[in-house]
Design a binder for this molecule. Structure first.
Ligand SMILES: [Zn+2]
Length: 325
């Protein structure tokens, strides 16, 4: 479903801010520097107050983005931190906090979108975007290298590429199905511009599915090995990771019909931001709440719940924030 006009405007603003905030930085983007440019504190390896993967918190000492994973360099922790910085930006834009389930997921999508743009700069996307005319093997090779250089997961990179390279679809499939009748399980798929696998997360690949022979071949491959071929009529390439494969499929018709739509031009969207970072929010008084959890990623913690629980734990947060400043 196409995003509405307000969402599109927000996406453009977030993408523009991602460019501004990473000006002069090399990949992998140093998120501590990004946070510093916004006047935010970072806390790696601390799950403050709630058992969420990542949180944006406003406390007595200012704003903090906290990530539970202690490995600051890990792609998942980095993505979570970038996502929480996205929540902070939405706060500075004055976007009302989610009031409905729909708003909540829309906000999550926006923060994911921002995280992708913050971590994977246009130049990296543009480099992969030159590859489709050379075939799926080259797309996969460049995508794998881009993921490594930007320190993001295949999933995060695929979503970023899927927004810009319209002739490619991506998926990750687990080779360890939970039932003997399945040959694999779809972990995620990015098919933003054409339908290819047509299967959502957790779908089982049955023995009679066209993917089954490819999965059997890849099960024999060594980690890091790439196989290419045709899947459901489209040229495809897959790399064996450990228990999963990362798969890319190409829709050549889309590439030939309108090459400009697929290649570099779209990968350098005209996004400008004349703002130098986002201004810090004035600290509005919150009587009775010394710390407010603005967002909590993963674990499904909704902000209203989070705020209520934060109120109970406010004192502890204020005390712990002094130690990490
Ligand atoms: Zn979130």
């Amino acid at each position: 479903m196409a995003p509405d006009r307000d969402t599109t405007r927000l996406m453009q603003r977030l993408a523009g801010d991602a460019i501004t905030l990473t000006a002069g930085l090399r990949t992998p983007i140093d998120l501590d520097v990004v946070a510093e440019r916004l006047g935010l504190q970072t806390a790696w390896g601390e799950s403050r107050i709630l058992p969420a993967e990542g949180q944006l918190l406003r406390g007595a000492a200012g704003w903090t983005v906290a990530v539970a994973d202690s490995k600051a360099g890990r792609p998942r922790a980095r993505f979570t931190m970038a996502h929480e910085i996205g929540h902070y930006l939405l706060e500075t834009y004055g976007i009302p906090r989610p009031a409905t389930e729909g708003d909540y997921w829309r906000t999550e999508e926006l923060c994911h979108y921002f995280a992708g743009h913050l971590l994977v700069p246009p130049v990296a996307v543009g480099w992969v975007a030159e590859a489709p005319s050379s075939g799926p093997l080259e797309v996969l090779r460049r995508a794998a290298l881009a993921a490594k250089r930007t320190a993001v997961s295949p999933q995060a990179l695929s979503h970023r590429l899927g927004d810009e390279i319209h002739c490619c679809a991506f998926s990750e499939i687990s080779l360890r199905p939970p039932s003997p009748r399945a040959r694999g399980v779809i972990r995620w798929s990015v098919e933003k511009n054409f339908s290819w696998l047509g299967m959502g997360p957790r779908s089982h690949v049955r023995a009679d599915h066209y993917l089954a022979p490819a999965l059997a071949a890849l099960r024999e491959a060594a980690p890091g090995e790439i196989r290419t071929g045709y899947l459901n009529g489209l040229p495809a390439a897959a790399v064996r990771r450990f228990e999963t494969i990362w798969l890319v499929g190409l829709e050549p018709a889309l590439l030939e019909r309108d090459p400009d739509r697929n290649l570099a031009q779209l990968c350098f969207p005209v996004l400008r931001s004349d703002r130098v970072g986002a201004p810090p929010l004035p600290s509005a008084p919150h009587p009775g709440i010394e710390c407010e959890v603005i967002s909590g990623a993963a674990t499904g913690s909704r902000s209203s719940v989070a705020v209520a629980q934060a109120a109970d734990h406010g004192a502890r947060w204020v005390a712990s924030s002094q130690g990490s400043a």
